[in-house]
Structure formats: structure tokens, C-alpha cells
Write a protein that binds this ligand. Structure first.
Ligand code: ATP
Ligand code: MG
Length: 434
């Protein structure tokens, strides 16, 4: 992508409304624009990052055998009246009346809708286990939307729902998701601590939140310091079941569940930290299947209410959480897995024919090699270009100027380490294309 034809409305000044780094940097780097409180337009670079996160989340779900579907954002009120949550959800639910005076709502989550789908279509234990997910926009009329897209009103969530014949099978499904979440966050380069959580409005008794440590986090967590010895960012691929057992056995609680008096961890071994919740998994048994009469015939022919769990990942919130975990004074530092582009190609002298020819050639060769390049071909000073590249946070900067070219070299800068090296043009292509 040529920057001259890209839409990346950067800001020089810090926007006054932004209280946290990620919100500030997302506005400054031109990733999002607010349209009303807690509602945002995703601009090209921001959208690319969100799509990459979404794809990693999807791949890890698919890997577990969960099936992707897409449920609508608008739901009929009756389903929620049946489960009893229409009133219970209160003002966070955006209620809508259609032209025929039917009560509708913009879905804050989808337990009711999927339970309705299940009861209408699945009749036998032989069709279980079943796990379906979708990645869809949600609306919650948060009392205090803040921190940009991290606590928005409209936000993108991956949510899935498991159906099992009994509690034991339900817990197996739950643990599969627990492992999928560890993998997902590890692939995003994040340390997300699984803490035991309250089940709140969803109900049930088993629940974990996945929390990224950050001073600006809205949750408070208490955990055994031994958890820090788990190399959570390396937990990709197949994870040894004993690792999971060990991790689940260690004390880690969100504030509401932490009981200081009866805590089994000695005070000197207990860590207290702020966290950003990026995922939340629940096993709630038959809460919805009882309320909504979702039953299957068991092996003996009797009708059995199905055991359910639900599992959420805050896909749009992750964009902000990733920036909270990856930035410096000059801007964002994207992990390669989610960067909008891998390389920023900086042409220092557009008006110099040799320089521009070399850049055009590098751009073409890198693109052909499958490397995603953002090519700064704008006619402006070097200082502004460097500042914008640092702000945008692409993992690599390939800097091309007339002086280096005379000696046949370009400069490659690693955004995270700041390390710079001079390379021949072909070595640069080989290194970035590898
Ligand atoms: P929170 O405690 O942050 O309000 P929640 O418990 O209401 O979250 P869940 O219902 O568990 O959230 O939703 C699953 C995931 O969706 C959360 O882990 C979070 O990452 C994301 N999420 C929830 N609310 C918002 C929001 N207002 N803006 C962006 N993401 C959100
Ligand atoms: Mg929660």
C-alpha cells in the first residue's frame, strides 16, 4: 500500500479526551474515529489489525472443532423474556421497536438465540458434543464508555456455546476452550492470566477470565506468584495436560471472588495487579436449557436438559489491550502476528529519481515475495516520515536515501529494539521475505 493513496489521518497533538495510552495512540495513528460515545469507525490500519486478531481467534476455534456460524445482531425480545433476562439485563440492553410494534433488541450476547436454535434442531444425544461460535458485533449501553474501543458500546466479540449430554462432558468442553484461549493469547504475544471469576448475570459455577496485566486495567486480580513462572506466551501448539492441571490448581482470583481471610497463599507469595479482561469462559450447566426447555433424548430414551457453556473473546478490545502491552514514547510497537503491515518502506527523497526507482523496485519485490509493505511515497521531510512510522508501529522500517544508495545500501530498523543495520537491497529483500 502506498501511503500517498492510503487513508491514515494521523494527529500531531494528543487528543484531550483520551485518558489511556492505547486510546491516545489509536486516535493519533489514525486507526479509529469516534462517531458517538463508545461507537467508532474503524479506519484502514485499525481494521487490518482487528481482522488479523479475528483470524487468529478463528483458527484456534476451528482447531478445537467448533463450528463457525453467524447470528444476527438484532434479536426478538421474546427469547429473552423466556430466559428471564429481558428485565434482568436492565439499561445495558438497547431495546428497539420495529414498525409492527414488535419488541426487538441489539444483542449484547447470544445465549438465548443459540439455545433456541439448538432446541429447534438437535434432538438426540448422538448429535453431541456440539460447539458453535460466531464473531459478531454486540451492543451494550455501558454506563461509562471509556478508554476508546476497550470499553465501547458497540464492540466485536467472538462468542461460542457448547452443548453436552452431562456435566462431565460439559467440563471437557470447557477445558478445551480454556486451552484454546491460552493458545490464542499466546499467538497474539500476550500474557493473559486465567483467573477464577464470578459468573454474574450469565449464572453457573465455573468461570475464568483471561486478564492482561496493565496499570490501566479495570479489573483487580489476586494470584499466586508461581503463575509468573509459567511461560504463558510460549503456550502455542499442543499443550501438555499436566501444565493445564498445574495452572488451574494455582490460586488466581478476580477481586469479587478473592477472600483475603481464607486465602491459601501466604501474603508474601500473593500478587495483586490490575488487569484488562480480554476473554471470559463460563460453564453454567442447565440454566438456559431448563428455562428454555432445550432437551435431547439420552441413551435410555429419556429427555435430558443439555449442559451448556459460553465463551467470549473481546476481539475489538484486544486491539487496545495489545497497544497497552506494546508501545513506547514514540508510538505503537505491533507484534508481527497482528501488525497492519510488516514493513514500512521509507523513501527519504521522492524527487530523487534513483531513490524513487530503488524504492519502487523494493516495493515490487517485497510485495511479490508476499511481504505486506506500507510504502511512504509522500513528498515531505524525513522527520515527519520517521515520526509517522514510529507512531504506526510496523515491526520493520526499511529506510532508503540517496546517500546510502551511492554505496549500494539501505537501512533496516527494528521498531521494537531500535536496532539498525545497513544491507544491500537484495539482502534486505531476502531478510524480510524469509
Ligand atoms: P467487563 O467485565 O469488562 O464489562 P463482561 O464481563 O461484561 O466484561 P463478557 O460478557 O464476559 O464481558 O464478554 C466477553 C468479552 O467481551 C470480555 O471478556 C471483553 O473482552 C469483551 N467486552 C465486554 N464488554 C465490552 C465492551 N463494553 N467493550 C469492548 N469489549 C467488551
Ligand atoms: Mg466479565
Amino acid at each position: 500500500m502506498r501511503l500517498s493513496s492510503c487513508f491514515m489521518p494521523t494527529l500531531k497533538e494528543n487528543p484531550a479526551e483520551a485518558q489511556v495510552t492505547s486510546h491516545r495512540l489509536m486516535l493519533r495513528a489514525g486507526l479509529i474515529r469516534q462517531t458517538s460515545a463508545g461507537i467508532y469507525i474503524w479506519l484502514p490500519l485499525g481494521l487490518r489489525v482487528m481482522r488479523k486478531i479475528e483470524q487468529i481467534v478463528r483458527e484456534e476455534q476451528d482447531r478445537t472443532g467448533a463450528l463457525e456460524i453467524l447470528m444476527p445482531t438484532i434479536q426478538p425480545a421474546e427469547l429473552w423474556q423466556e430466559s428471564g433476562r429481558y428485565e434482568a439485563y436492565g439499561k445495558e440492553m438497547l431495546r428497539i421497536t420495529d414498525r409492527h410494534d414488535r419488541e426487538m433488541l441489539y444483542g449484547p450476547t447470544n445465549e438465548e438465540m443459540i439455545t433456541d436454535l439448538f432446541r429447534a434442531t438437535v434432538k438426540s444425544y448422538k448429535d453431541l458434543p456440539l460447539n458453535m461460535y460466531h464473531i459478531q458485533w454486540k451492543f451494550r449501553d455501558e454506563i461509562r464508555p471509556r478508554f476508546g474501543i476497550m470499553r465501547g458500546r458497540e464492540f466485536l466479540m467472538k462468542d461460542n456455546y457448547s452443548f453436552d449430554i452431562d456435566g462431565e462432558a460439559g467440563r471437557i468442553s470447557y477445558n478445551k476452550m480454556y486451552v484454546a484461549y491460552l493458545r490464542t493469547f499466546a499467538r497474539l504475544g500476550l500474557v493473559a492470566i486465567p483467573v477464577r471469576a464470578d459468573t454474574g448475570a450469565i449464572g453457573g459455577d465455573l468461570s475464568h477470565e483471561f486478564q492482561i496485566l496493565a496499570d490501566t486495567g479495570e479489573s483487580t486480580l489476586y494470584y499466586d506468584k508461581e503463575i509468573e513462572n509459567f511461560d504463558l506466551v510460549s503456550l502455542t501448539g499442543d499443550i501438555d495436560p499436566t501444565t493445564i492441571e498445574k495452572l488451574q490448581s494455582l490460586y488466581a482470583m478476580e477481586e469479587e471472588k478473592h477472600d483475603a481471610e481464607n486465602c491459601p497463599v501466604a501474603p508474601e507469595d500473593l500478587r495483586c495487579a490490575k488487569g484488562i479482561e480480554v476473554g471470559h469462559i463460563f460453564f453454567f450447566g442447565t440454566k438456559y436449557s431448563d428455562a428454555m426447555n432445550a432437551k435431547v433424548t439420552g441413551p435410555d430414551g429419556n429427555l435430558i436438559p443439555v449442559e451448556m457453556g459460553s465463551y467470549g473473546v473481546g476481539v475489538s478490545r484486544l486491539v487496545g489491550a495489545l497497544i497497552e502491552a506494546n508501545h513506547d514514547d514514540n508510538g505503537i510497537i505491533w507484534p508481527e502476528a497482528v501488525a497492519p503491515y510488516k514493513v514500512g518502506l521509507v523513501n527519504l527523497r521522492i524527487k530523487d529519481d534513483d531513490c524513487t526507482a530503488a524504492c519502487d523496485d523494493l516495493y515490487q519485490k517485497l510485495t511479490t515475495a508476499g511481504v505486506e509493505v506500507l510504502y511512504d511515497d509522500r513528498d515531505m521531510g524525513a522527520g515527519g516520515k520517521f515520526a509517522d512510522m514510529d507512531l504506526a508501529g510496523l515491526p520493520w522500517q526499511l529506510i532508503v536515501g540517496p546517500r546510502g544508495l551511492k554505496n549500494g545500501v539501505v537501512e533496516l530498523k527494528n521498531r521494537r529494539t531500535g536496532h539498525r543495520e545497513e544491507l544491500s537491497l537484495s539482502d534486505a529483500v531476502n531478510k524480510l521475505g524469509a
